[in-house]
Design a protein around this ligand. Structure first.
Ligand SMILES: N[C@@H](CCC(=O)N[C@@H](CS)C(=O)NCC(=O)O)C(=O)O
Length: 239
């Protein structure tokens, strides 16, 4: 599946939070790319051809002139370094960007993913898990909100890849917080709204409209996204 036409950027995409971070940066850098939709609701992430591109079987993936980069934050760092934009080359701005980027990579993103899982998709309602992940998502948003009370952007004065990473998940926070959305976190809410008004964000949000991807959550979707729940003994297997 690694394209033979390797003189351009190839972006493996699904309009879900982690790929959206990369879609935003590609737009901000005004880079042309070939879009390769991966229909994760149909299980395309498990195709051997896609696993040859990303052995972890997840989107996003970028192939740049034959060089493969997978995992959203690796791609943000790769592109920002390569183009010398949205990530200071050194000094306190770089330290701040890396710190907030990692907080979103290892904190907000996975806790949000697990909150969505236990609130919406888990085969049984587990109050402990719902509470654990919801509270950790709330705690991360409080940390982010306090930071944004002191600075316009996560890294300080300049918009950068840490803000783009936050946007990927925070634009869909209603899926976790319901109608309240980000209202308990007004500084995050303001930044996310201002990013959403940027042309690059509008372009990223429209990518999905060009694709006919599956949106229904049926048995096939649940098998594709949570294969560990399938088969004999799945319920007894620790997750
Ligand atoms: N750490 C990875 C996580 C990627 C990830 O979980 N991607 C989701 C979409 S947001 C996916 O591909 N899900 C399909 C699956 O888990 O089978 C990143 O930041 O890129």
């Amino acid at each position: 599946m690694i394209p033979s036409n390797n003189d351009t950027l190839h972006f493996y995409f699904h309009p879900s939070p982690n790929p959206m971070k990369v879609a935003l940066l590609l737009g901000e850098l005004d880079l042309p790319f070939s879009l390769h939709p991966v229909d994760i609701f149909k299980g395309a992430q498990h195709d051997p051809a896609f696993l040859a591109v990303n052995p972890n079987g997840k989107v996003p993936v970028l192939v740049d002139d034959g060089v493969t980069v997978f995992d959203s934050h690796a791609i943000l760092l790769y592109l920002a370094d390569k183009h010398g934009r949205f990530l200071p080359a050194n000094g306190p701005g770089r330290a701040a960007t890396l710190s907030w980027l990692e907080l979103v990579a290892t904190g907000l993103s996975p806790f949000s993913g697990q909150a969505v899982h236990f609130l919406h998709y888990a085969p049984e309602a587990i109050a402990y898990a719902k509470n654990r992940y919801l509270k950790e998502v709330e705690r991360h948003y409080r940390v982010l909100d306090a930071r944004l009370a002191k600075a316009p952007f996560l890294a300080g004065a300049e918009y950068g890849i840490a803000d783009m990473a936050l946007w990927g998940w925070a634009r869909g926070a209603g899926y976790i917080f319901g109608d309240a959305g980000l209202s308990a976190y007004p500084n995050v809410q303001k930044l996310v709204a201002s990013i959403s008004r940027r042309p690059a964000a509008e372009k990223a949000a429209k990518l999905a409209d060009t694709l006919a991807l599956k949106t229904a959550v049926d048995d096939e979707t649940l098998r594709a996204l949570f294969p560990q729940n399938q088969g004999a003994g799945a319920a007894a297997t620790p997750r």
